[in-house]
Design a protein. Structure first.
Length: 544
């Protein structure tokens, strides 16, 4: 039995004749309709005929069981060379575009991969519904996909070296302070495809807001060199001036490696090996279900999962309350070549991004997998290998640590704190999230926090975003600090009001909501709830 046929049988999927070779490329779980000849003119049947040509990314309307297009739901097909970290970058793009992954099938032989996603807009009770720019999403996904299979995938601007300096700017906005200002600016930067590396926002005593952003153009390289990108910055400035009646100044950062800009270069395996040797005696508390203190041993460092150590040290640095449950299983008996990871957890915003980010951080490469969400639960079944040496994770200590890591990133993907601020009449809201192995922070943190705060009688007096730690030591974190003021000074004296701020921000970041029973549930409604809402909208209270 060949590898593709064996894996198809293991997952309970019947093989359709001869195993399909990956270089086509085609997933073992490809819908039967896509295997038909494109001669009948059906857009679904002609999909692969197009994908085999020049389309690296194809986006089309999703269909229901009756063959009708589902509004705002899309099916996305990606066919490209494989690279370590590809799943993390793709799922990050979906989170950045405000999309939820409903299901996913993928297959790769380590050189070429075929991925199928079904996505829908992420629901939120606080943010307004915005039409998605599917063309921009396609461009972003194409820019993420590697052109060849040489080397590991990592983020870096894909612009000609001669023009790199033109894409890094310091944008300073001065205008009258108002509620929702930072949230509006973040939306505008995103609309014009700007990546924010750092920000510093202050409010002066006379009510003027001075917001400073370190940005770069994140759009794919233009065939017309830098001309379109310069116009893009000009359009952004004009939009800010027109809508805010603001004064906008810009300054070009000549050095790409300026200390103000996060360095986004992945280390070679040789450099990483040297780092691990230097820190081989570092001890840390393992956050397993039976929490025990252990030491990084030579046997663990020599195992295929040696990269789990530093990730474990970062995620296990503090003991905080778990706010999510998850079931994690590691299986080496089903497949002779892969370690199978199975994770079942409540569905929430960015859960698959966190999952794939961890796999990228610990250098595990997914060969095959299926992901599905149903009844507000998400389930992922992945066949993984070590990214460098290949093969299974045989060391039991490494397996346990990997399970703990997966549980940790799902249960607490970020740290949220609300405490007294050194600024008078303010509270300090702090969000700390890990930076992935490509040097990129968690997406939409500032936007989600400002969206939540704009729904309350709270405004931001000062804000700052910065990165701490070293990429070389795999311990970088991105810190977002907000000094917030209430509409009335006495509001912060109420513990209930502080709790309301904490819960609103937490729920917006996690994509969950609080019910009347004082429990947290996913924003994503169950199928039964959707049907009930359609039949009788006035009975929505039954599902609370």
């Amino acid at each position: 039995m060949s590898g593709a046929t064996e894996r198809t049988a293991l997952l309970g999927v019947q093989s359709r004749g001869e195993p399909t070779p990956l270089p086509l490329p085609l997933s073992p779980w490809c819908p039967s309709g896509l295997l038909a000849s494109p001669d009948d003119g059906s857009p679904r049947n002609s999909l692969l005929g197009t994908a085999r040509g020049t389309d690296t990314v194809l986006i089309q309307d999703a269909l229901d069981s009756e063959g009708n297009a589902v509004k705002d739901n899309k099916e996305i097909y990606i066919s490209c060379c494989d690279a370590l970290g590809l799943g993390c970058m793709v799922t990050r793009a979906f989170v950045d575009f405000g999309l939820r992954i409903v299901s996913c099938d993928f297959s790769t032989d380590g050189r070429y991969c075929f991925i199928m996603f079904k996505v829908e807009p992420t629901p939120s009770p606080t943010s307004k519904k915005v039409e998605k720019d599917w063309g921009l999403l396609r461009e972003s996904l194409v820019s993420i996909c590697p052109a060849d299979s040489l080397g590991a995938l990592y983020y870096k601007p894909k612009f000609p070296k001669a023009h790199k300096a033109q894409f890094y700017h310091i944008v300073t906005v001065k205008c009258e302070d108002r509620a929702g200002l930072i949230n509006w600016l973040m939306s505008n930067f995103w609309r014009y495809s700007m990546t924010i590396h750092r920000l510093k926002c202050v409010t002066t005593s006379d009510g003027e807001a001075v917001d400073e952003f370190y940005v770069s153009d994140s759009r794919p390289e233009s065939k017309e060199s830098a001309f379109e990108n310069v116009d893009n910055m000009g359009a952004l400035i004009e939009s800010i001036k027109k809508n805010l009646d603001a004064t906008v100044t810009t300054a070009t950062i000549q050095d790409e490696y300026d200390t103000s800009i996060r360095r986004t270069r992945r280390l070679s395996y040789g450099n990483v090996a040297t780092i691990f040797e230097r820190h081989s005696e570092r001890s840390f508390a393992s956050q397993s279900f039976n929490s025990t203190c252990t030491r990084v041993s030579d046997s663990l460092l020599g195992s295929p999962a040696k990269f789990t150590d530093f990730a474990d040290a970062m995620y296990s640095s503090e003991a905080i309350d778990r706010y999510c449950t998850a079931s994690v299983e590691v299986d080496n008996s089903t497949s002779t070549e892969n370690t199978i990871l199975r994770c079942v957890c409540p569905d929430r915003k960015g859960v698959l991004y966190d999952f794939f980010r961890l796999l990228s951080d610990v250098r595990l490469k997914a060969s095959y997998g299926r992901i599905a969400t149903s009844s507000s639960m998400s389930e992922a079944l992945l066949f993984v290998k070590d990214g460098k040496n290949g093969g299974q994770i045989q060391n039991e200590q490494a397996q346990d640590r990997l399970k703990d890591l997966i549980y940790s990133v799902i249960a607490r993907p970020f740290q949220l704190q609300l405490e007294a601020s050194p600024i008078r009449d303010c509270m300090e809201l702090r969000v700390v999230a890990p930076v992935d192995a490509s040097g990129r922070g968690r997406p939409r943190v500032i936007y989600d926090v400002t969206t939540a705060l704009s729904c309350l009688d709270v405004h931001i007096h000062e804000a700052e975003m910065y990165v701490t730690g070293k990429l070389e030591e795999i311990n970088q974190t991105e810190t977002h600090v907000f000094h917030i003021k209430a509409g009335r000074k006495d509001l912060f004296e109420s513990d209930a009001f502080k709790e309301a701020i904490y819960e609103r921000v937490f729920c917006e970041l996690m994509g969950v909501m609080k019910t009347k029973r004082n429990t947290l549930v996913s924003h994503y409604p169950r199928e039964a709830q959707k049907k009930l809402t359609r039949l009788c909208p006035c009975m929505r209270w039954l599902t609370s």
